[in-house]
Ligand binder design. Structure first.
Ligand code: NAD
Length: 249
């Protein structure tokens, strides 16, 4: 992390680029929600950094064939801090920037719904949402709190008996094509793409960074796209975005 003075200089540089751009797309990842108490996967305190084995639970073929993995996944869902988490200064700054027409496309890999709770609209949820459950057999959907309220350790679909899962994208599952296409269009249309709190390691979403005309990366750690970025801001997302929103009003 940079010293606070250097970080604020970088935030000012980002605000300058942001102000000049005719249109801006923003892509967020798990790092924007760590200040709301939700762990990321690959950061220093990430779920997978602490427990690399946990990654298997996010593989769709393992989830579909192994009832024990599903029971563990449901226990984890129940305990997910996202149910009570509040948006932080990073989410609120992006909502304010969108409100003042400084963000034309807001894309997220997050599944926690915190951008919407901060007031953002038209959020492209590239990896789905934990707020809905979908039947893997018949496609019926429910709000997740309703399914959790059943208090079953591996709740089946009440219509067809199929396996239920949150409406999130696991490894081995395709992204929603329409959402991905909208993200590609939004990125190509923008003069500037700002990526925030993502390690940019998983395609196809990470590939959006390669489509950008001009790229800025805000992230505490290195990413594979740092060399392509016009500016890399290596510091607290909440501090940086709040400073940008202050400057741009
Ligand atoms: P990631 O875990 O791979 O990377 C997060 C990055 O954010 C890390 O490089 C970390 O150093 C940085 N970071 C964390 N907190 C920060 C802070 N306060 N300031 C600056 N940088 C910070 O995340 P990813 O690239 O989004 O990929 C993980 C996948 O996991 C995504 O697909 C996402 O759907 C999912 N996920 C979502 C949530 C959520 O919805 N909140 C949480 C965990 C994982």
């Amino acid at each position: 992390m940079r010293s606070r003075g250097v970080l604020m200089d970088e935030a000012a540089a980002l605000a300058g680029l942001w102000a000049q751009a005719t249109s801006v797309a923003v892509l967020t990842g798990a790092g924007i929600s760590t200040d709301s108490g939700i762990s990321d996967f690959r950061g220093p305190n990430g779920l997978w950094t602490r427990n690399p084995g946990a990654q298997a639970m996010f593989d769709i073929s393992v989830y579909m064939r192994d009832a024990e993995v599903r029971r563990q996944a449901w226990a984890n869902r129940r305990a997910n801090p996202a149910w009570t988490a509040q948006p932080n200064r990073g989410h609120l700054a992006l909502a304010a920037l969108q409100q003042s027409d400084r963000v034309q496309t807001l894309m997220t890999q997050n599944i926690d719904g915190l951008h919407q709770r901060a007031g953002s609209r038209d959020v492209l949820e590239l990896h789905g949402t934990i707020w809905e459950v979908v039947c893997m057999a018949c496609g019926l959907r429910w709000p997740t709190p309703e399914v959790l309220a059943r208090e079953e350790d591996d709740p089946p679909c009440t219509a067809c008996g199929g396996i239920l899962k949150t409406a999130t994208v696991s490894f081995g599952q395709a992204l929603d094509q329409a959402v991905l296409e909208a993200a590609v269009r939004g990125t190509k249309r923008a003069e500037l793409l700002v990526t925030v709190g993502t390690s940019l390691q998983v395609n196809p979403v990470a590939g959006l960074a390669g489509l950008a005309d001009r790229l800025v990366i805000v992230n505490a750690e290195e990413t594979p796209y740092d060399a392509e970025a016009e500016l890399v801001v290596r510091g607290s997302i909440s501090d940086v975005l709040a400073a940008v929103a202050d400057v741009l009003g």
